[in-house]
Design a protein around this ligand. Sequence first.
Ligand code: ADP
Ligand code: MG
Length: 686
Amino acid sequence: MPAPKRKPASPANTSQTKLAKLGLRTDMDLVLHLPMRYEDETIVTPIAEAGFMSGSAVQVEGVVTSCDVQFRPRRQLVVTIADETGPLVMRFLNFYGSQTKQLAEGVRVRARGEVRHGFLGAEMVHPTYKPVKEGDPLPSVLTPVYPAGEGLSQAFLRKAIASAMSRIDWRDTLSEQTRAALGLEPFEASVRLLHNPPADVDEHALMERSHPAWTRMKFDELLAQQLSMKRAQATRRNRGATALPRIGELSTAFMQALPFRLTAAQQRVLEEIRRDLKESFPMQRLLQGDVGSGKTVVAALAAAQAIDSGYQAALMAPTEILAEQHFRKIATWMEPLGVRVAWLTGSLKKKEKAEAQARIESGDAHLVIGTHALIQEGVEFAKLGLVIVDEQHRFGVGQRLALRNKGVDGADTVPHQLMMSATPIPRTLAMTYYADLEVSVIDELPPGRTPIVTRIVDQNRRDEVIERVHAAALEGRQVYWVCPLIEESEALQLQTATDTHAVLSAALPDLNVGLVHGRMKPAEKQAVMDAFIGGEVHLLVATTVIEVGVDVPNASLMVIEHAERFGLSQLHQLRGRVGRGSAASVCLLLYQSPLGPVAKQRLMTMRETTDGFEIARRDLEIRGPGEFLGARQSGQAMLRFADLQTDQWLVDKARDLAQALLQSDPATVQAHLERWLGGREEFLRV
Ligand code: ADP
Ligand code: MG
């Protein structure tokens, strides 16, 4: 059989593909592809003067006096040009044969690059250059340099963008009145200025993105984000959910059987959740509460309401250890009350998995607890009413979406969704990133907790620390020993954990030292955790697998080795494993000196406060919002221009305007979203 003939890709086609790779599909995409910097080609510096400007790029113009391919020390093209003030060498280590013709003797060129002093006097290595005629006018505007993908030249991008600019509809989506009220520049003028700034522009303000033209771009972008999130929220409301109105026998009995009373904060957020669940549009609520604030019981009470109303609930946790712990705890609470709880993770045997799936599908299981196995193919819920995602920031947007879409096939409703997080997000950030979420906050810890004392200890005092561990164990307290994080290599990390375990076992022969790490089989892991929970293991050597959720109240001493390698929120999560009982708890942060300034700042913060919200605030200060939230968080993907830290004042204005426009001006909303998002709004529907 003859091979099917392929149409050869036309150059336009491949460029189109390359543009698409950069996310540039429409004319408006191109127009909003803004330069990352500029080159000043508006002036020509005499060559003799250029020699004194080493370190910064300059433009010179001269006539080629020689053009040779040289072979020493390696093959290179060496071109000499000269103006009235003197000669300059242009050196190309990579070059095409055609360049020797382009740069033949007698050709006049403008070249731009950094001047350095080479063997032959002033020279530029790999300058950009173009042939010109004598007297060719200089550009009057700065030359834009665009973010470009592989194989896309600046010249091509400039042309594509200029041509897109000639085609688009420039109408301003903000009225003159609105612009005046907010102190914003017109759209068209701003865009044109950013692509081709006049030579006398405040270049510093352009680079800092504090120029009014940038402000307008940022504002428009933030407005699009707010509009689209608010609209997604409205769409969700229209989607419909099953109302879960009954707070019945199970809820009541469960509350009565609890060995403690809810704190006022737990009570308050529970009321907020209960109210949402009674509605027939889907709840989408983020429950924030510091480590140990008691989110699990609130989630269980929400599940009870779903079950009381005749529906199923699902709880998804990011790690097997945490899921298992939830399963045990909640099963102990609820099974005596007649609730059937199913357990589903990836590590179950085939038969067990099939069994669990059958119970979920038939509706026999009221409550399903597990890892992301819950969202995998083959899991169908009979009547899923409520989805709970613990430590939601650990999941990607897609995974959260997949769970919410369970039980939606054929139905026109979606389950209610409760997301929990112990990485508190400061209010202002939450409003931008989670503009379409309701946020509940547990701002109080259960009573009787004694605050954790945190000490920073030089790694070379390890022997004293081991002594201290010994003393604590003799008093009947339990200890975590967290091994250093080794980001480069998981194998190395395991090695360190095993080594640490061996060293500590040898140093403390009368203690029972356990080891838990990520590569163990779930059953082994569980056996160790059980022994620790049961008190048989005194000292648990662990990797960061214990970071989230692990709850052993009798553990009251934690040692973290090489604490300087951990991030703030990770340290806070780890430390949260102690201080869960009534014994005074201590966290020892071992560090290797010398400490860098950022690491030092982090450790000081840990010593100064145990308040997760305060820690999050400082973390944000240290790292900036992008890194703080992680790129997978919703909303992040669309902010190219605005910086949530420096542009917070704009966020507030954008939010207010979004609110007003949605109420009174749907045409503007539509136009603005089309301009800024094109077809990409789906991104935010999560
Ligand atoms: P987190 O918010 O970090 O998930 P957990 O839900 O694991 O916290 O709760 C931490 C510990 O506090 C658990 O042992 C839990 O049973 C206990 N707890 C929760 N609420 C209360 C309360 N109101 N009074 C006393 N202890 C509580
Ligand atoms: Mg938890």
